[in-house]
Ligand binder design. Structure first.
Ligand code: FAD
Length: 570
């Protein structure tokens, strides 16, 4: 499907909204000069527009297949993957010591978004590899790093993550896969993993699985889990692939969408694996990959929202139905309700993208400076980015269908594919409910310090422009103040009360934060132009939702358990 990369938007956000200049000013990211940023973004845009976008539809129509134990990918995917690899796009953030470019996560975020808008199911493949590279960089032995990371960065080998088992989904600690030491530094891995994205393919020389399993002395629950690297083909010291490992793809799932991405049931039958990190510390090591993937999956939601918006806008500009009140526009885009949908879609994409880029900036600043404040900011923003990015992807794709009317329900327009593809992003990498629980639980263990610091910034910014933008600044300040009060209340609650209001709290936080960035956009524009008009849509029409959401936060679990199981069944 046609796609135009929003390059002007990225430049605006980097230059005026999320403070990318701080990242580029650090020694770690000294190479991220304006020229480099320009070159990276425009080259990635070319790849997305010309090579990957044409694969979106074939991937949907011709899902990956399992033939005699071998995964056959969708038509054109092998060529698309080769183009990603040849352009060096698998992991532009990876460490130069291993052949990476060492560029900021902020740029990776923009590049991933473009690749995801163009073809989400193929983009999921390098996204998994990116996470694996980061996990190995942090936790693997020097030998493993030297052997595997260059191959993963070059794209010769792909990476996957294997957590989920039939009885262990959100509750990873319930996993049963076993690891037996062989006495020679390797381990025999046995068990079955389900829903493994890109569990195999027919275009990379090797597939490296990061697998969670339990050692014989591992206690029950998450504290007894270790992480292992289990390659499809066992390499020699020089990185030449050798014998096939004892693992196989049992089947591929038949899914609602994302058809081009093979989602595999993987069987490990005493497969040879190498321990990554300390025994029994597998969850901590896997979290490096998961945090990377959580930002990445949030960005997938934005990818789809952007694609669905462009697609719906093109249709709304052409389709004619009845008379509109707009002079010179007799297409449906001139009707107030269609205009509402288009404006909402655009405003939401802006908010979600600004939040994701701000999260990436915090990750880069944390890495470059080691500052605990930046680390805490990145940790706070990660679940918000994941959940709001993917919620936005779903809501915008849904609105895109509505803009199309009946044609939105007819597969040939492609509007439905956006919604079918993006739906899973709110489920995988930890459901959005689990993200919200992370936000109100683990991310508030600092008694809300990181949250209060961010809220304070929002309030002080809004306060500073009260005279210039009285209507918008006052609304943002008031909303931030309500969020501050709700955060104080939340911290005083019992954990299950927090959990009951967690999704509402996370959504309200994203609303306030998104409106803050809209206000910043109006300030950067400095006059009443399109960004200010869009900011008014976000702040006057969407931000008021925070009140209803925060009202739920203060309720806690009250009344939810008043409905017994029998009541629910009645
Ligand atoms: C297409 C696809 C690709 C995937 N790719 C991968 C992959 O590459 N690697 C991998 O390891 N896994 C992968 N997954 C698995 C995915 O991460 C899980 O589906 C997800 O974590 C949820 O687990 P579950 O499906 O078992 O749902 P469950 O855990 O059974 O959850 C069901 C519902 O209960 C809620 N819930 C569960 N526990 C709690 C709790 N404690 N408190 C509140 N609510 C709770 C959930 O939020 C959800 O709404 C993939 C899944 C899909 C569908």
């Amino acid at each position: 499907m046609p796609y135009n990369a929003p390059l002007t938007e990225y430049r605006f956000l980097l230059d005026h909204i999320v403070g990318f200049d701080q990242v580029a000013a650090t020694e770690t990211y000294a190479d991220a000069s304006p020229d480099t940023v320009e070159a990276i973004l425009s080259e990635a845009a070319k790849l997305a527009q010309t090579v990957l976008a044409p694969l979106q539809r074939p991937g949907d129509l011709h899902p990956a297949k399992l033939e005699n134990g071998v995964v056959r990918t969708s038509p054109g995917f092998a060529e698309g993957y080769r183009a990603i690899v040849e352009g060096g796009w698998v992991s532009i953030a990876a460490n130069p010591e291993f052949g990476g470019m060492g560029l900021p996560m902020t740029l990776t975020t923009a590049v991933n978004e473009m690749m995801g808008s163009a073809c989400l199911s193929l983009q999921l493949n390098p996204l998994m590899t990116q996470g694996q590279i980061e996990a190995l960089e942090h936790h693997a032995s020097d030998e493993i790093k030297a052997l595997y990371i260059p191959k993963l960065i070059s794209g010769e080998w792909c990476g996957t993550m294997n957590l989920t088992e039939a009885q262990a989904g959100s509750d990873v600690g319930a996993l049963r896969s076993k690891a037996e030491p062989n006495g020679n530094g390797t381990y025999d891995i046995t068990g079955q993993k389900i829903y493994i994205s890109w569990g195999d393919n027919d275009f990379s020389e090797n597939v490296c699985h990061l697998v969670l399993a339990r050692l014989p002395d591992g206690v029950a629950g998450t504290k007894g889990i270790s992480l292992f690297l289990v390659p499809k083909f066992i390499p020699d010291d020089q990185g030449n692939v050798g014998a096939a490992n004892s693992l196989s793809v049992v089947s591929l799932e038949h899914k609602m969408g994302l058809h081009g991405s093979p989602t595999a049931v993987m069987q490990y039958d005493g497969a040879t694996g190498w321990l990554i990190g300390e025994p029994h510390k597998g969850m901590a090591a896997m979290f490096t990959m998961m945090n990377n993937a959580r930002l990445g999956v949030g960005v997938q939601g934005i990818s789809v929202a952007e694609g669905a918006y462009q697609h719906a806008l093109a249709y709304a500009m052409e389709r004619k139905q009845g008379k509109t009140p707009m002079a010179g526009n007799d297409a449906i885009s001139g009707h107030a309700d269609v205009r509402r949908m288009l404006a909402t879609m655009k405003a939401e994409v802006f908010s979600a993208r600004a939040i994701a880029l701000a999260c990436a900036v915090a990750i880069d600043m944390a890495k470059a400076t080691g500052s605990p404040e930046w680390k805490a900011r990145a940790a706070l923003l990660t679940p918000i980015t994941k959940a709001f990015g993917t919620d936005t992807g779903i809501a915008v794709a849904d609105m895109g269908i509505q803009v199309h009317g009946g044609m939105g329900f007819i597969e040939e327009t492609g509007a439905a594919q956006y919604l079918r593809d993006v739906r899973v992003t709110a489920i995988y990498e930890g459901t959005n409910g689990i993200q919200a629980m992370d936000l109100v639980g683990r991310k508030m263990m600092d008694k809300g310090e990181a949250a209060f610091r961010l809220i304070e910034e929002i309030e002080s910014n809004a306060h500073g422009v009260r005279a210039q933008y009285p209507d918008m600044a006052a609304a943002v300040w008031d909303a931030a103040e309500s969020l501050r009060e709700a955060t104080e209340g939340l911290i005083a609650q019992e954990m299950n009360d927090r959990f009951a209001g967690a999704v509402a709290y996370q959504q309200a936080f994203a609303r306030v934060l998104g409106s803050h960035y809209h206000l910043c956009a109006a300030m950067a524009e400095g006059k009443d132009g399109p960004r200010t008009a869009l900011a008014r849509v976000a702040i006057k029409r969407l931000l008021p939702q925070h009140k209803a959401l925060l009202a739920q936060v203060s309720l806690g679990a009250e009344g939810l358990y008043a409905l017994s199981d029998a009541d629910l069944l009645a």
